[in-house]
Every structure is written in C-alpha cells, then in structure tokens.
Design a protein around this ligand. Sequence first.
Ligand SMILES: [Zn+2]
Length: 421
Amino acid sequence: MEQLIVVLFLVFFALEFTIEFVLNELNLRYVRARSAEKKIPDFFQGNISSDEYEKSVQYTLAKGRFERWSMIYSRCLMLALLFSGLLGWLDRFAGGLAHRFSLGLYGHGILFCLGVSLVFSITSLPVDLYSTFRLETKFGFNKTTIGLYIADKIKVLILGLVIGVPFLFVILWLMDVMGQFWWIWAFVFISGFQLLMIIIFPTFIAPWFNKYEPLKEGEFRDRILALADQVGFKTSGIYSMDGSKRSAHSNAYFTGIGKAKRIVLFDTLIEQMTTNQGLAVLAHEMGHYKMKHIRRMLIVQTVFLFIGLYILSLLVDYPPLFAAFGLTPSNHAALVLFSLLSGPATFYLGPLMNLLSRKHEYEADCFAALTLHDGKPMQEALVNLTIKNLSNLTPHPWYSAYHYSHPTPTERIEAIRQWAA
Ligand SMILES: [Zn+2]
C-alpha cells in the first residue's frame, strides 16, 4: 500500500511540474517571438515607447528564466524533504525536545510544525533574496534595503510565533479531544479565526509594516468620497500607504469588513496616476464590493476548507500514508503531510479559481466604466499601470489562462471598449 501511495503522489507531482514548466517555456518563446516581430498590441501602439516595450520584454524574460530554475529548485527540495527521512528525523527530534522540557504531546506537535516551516523558510531564502535584490533591483523596482528586509523577516517570525503557536495548539487540542467530528469543530474555529484576522489586520498588524496616513484633503479625496457616496460604499477612511519604501510597483485595495472598511492607496499609485485614473481604479475596487465578489470568494474558500478538513479527518486514521513518508502516525504529522501533499493534488483548482476571478475583474471594470459614465479613465489607468509595472503585453494564451487572476490588459481594454460602444 505504501508503494502505491508513493507512486500515486509522484504521478501527480510530475504532472503538475510538467504542466507548469512547459507553460513557462511556451510563454518565454511566445514573448520572444512577439518581440522579434515588434508586435505591440493595438491599443498600446502610440501609448508605449519602444524603449518601454523592450524593457517590459526583458523584465518578463528575466522573470521567466528565473522561474525556470526556482521551479526546479523548489521541487527538488520537496522531494528531498519527503523522501530523505528528514521529516521522520525532525519528528523524533521534536519529540526528544518536548520530552526533555516536559512540553507534552501538543508541545511535540508544535515543535515539529515549527521545524518543518523553519526548513521551508531557510531553503526559500536564496530564491527570495535573488528575486528582491537582483531581479527587482535590476529593473528599478526594488526599494527595500537589507536592513528593512531583515526587520521584515523578524516581524513575520514574531507574528508567526505569536499567532501561529496558539492557533496550532487549539487545532491539535480539538483533534485530540473532540472525537470523530473534531474536523467540524476545527472548521468552526478556523472560520472564526479568519474573520478575526480580517478585523484586526488593518488596525493592528498592517501598521507594523507600513505607515498609513489619511489621504490629504483636496480634490482627489473629495471625489473619492463623492464616488463612495454615489455607489453606497461605507468606509471608515481613505489612507495612503508608503508602499514606495519596499517597491515601485503600485496598487490599491480595501480591507476590513462592514462599516470599518478602509480604502488603501499605495503612494506609488497616487504619484503615477491622474485624478481620473485613480478614481477609475477605486470605482473598480468598489465594484468588487458592490457585486459581492469578495463575499463569493470567501464562501468558495470556506467550502474548500470544509472539504479539506473532512479529507484530513480520513487521513489521520490511515497509517500507510504516514509509513509511505517515513513518519509515525500522529495528529501533527497528519497536519504537516496534508499541507505538503495537498499542493500536487489540488493544483488544478488554481486555474479554476483564476477563471472565476477573471470574470469578476471584467465585471468590476464594467462597473467602473458605468459608474463614471465613461470608459476612458479605466482604459487609461490600465495602460498606465501596465507600463509602469512593465507587465507582459503578450503572454501566451495558455499561460495567462492558467496563471492569471486578472485578464490581460489588452483583453480588459477591449472589453471596456465594447461596453462603452
Ligand atoms: Zn479587480
């Protein structure tokens, strides 16, 4: 039985890797070929200089080549972790520590989970460092200093411990004492926990990493408030965030729920856009809210969580699974195995979710165009964002269908033009 599990895992693992690797190669070739033909999509002709286009091609190719190697690296690591006996060794080591310091079974489980995540943090560091300090720096996006980078890592570590350890403790306790239906209790707990995080994130966690300042009084702010009023969007404030201290990439979003929703604009976005374009971006974001996209996505994720926990509840009582990867059956080993193995088994859900997300993006664009009684600002904002972020103008259609949570800028602009016509 153990062999069958290993074979099954390897089949899914290889399938996922092959699909992602081939798509990346196809995309690289496609972009290179379009660039050689100098085929800029219609709408961008006249809007983008040949220098900017060339730079966006180079950025896309550099990221794609880097992705090729980081994909191979991460897959090798995963195989090494699963089949080298390291997991079993970590489990025994955590057990030994827990025994010496009388931390009990939950302490053992928590130490094991921490050990596994430490392995991932350390091994992903080279990839992260290269991406931030070489790739992003080369194309002028990175603004992070080494000091800020280290401070960020330490803060994430502290948060992980302060929030993650009690969270794990409750899950392990529920698995231990709640009997057969522990997973329903875990489901209720995790759902409540997520809700709590949504509420406390904007006021207690996010300000630790960035400075949030109420948007300066003036025309832009007045028009945003008027827009919020017009579409019936309740907000507790509009904030500008100093995204520029880490990266020149720009963005806008809102966080929180109910009346406590905050609109957050990156300072980079405010700087790069005209008032009309910025307003179009916000109308788009409000569109997501008004059309209940966020609620719908949350519901879908909650359903996945429910199914996932049910499957986990079956795996906990299935010893051959543990044996296949060199582990002794336990609740914490089940948690770790489940999170490691679920990737290759659920990778096809990603493109499906992206399909739903792209549908939402079209709807939000349409909402922005209708609300502003004009499709132009949204189109201009998209062109502007695409150029400033050096986004790929010509992704391979299969690549974008699989990976993109947003339709390509060209697709979005064409769609807005059709509605506006
Ligand atoms: Zn959107």
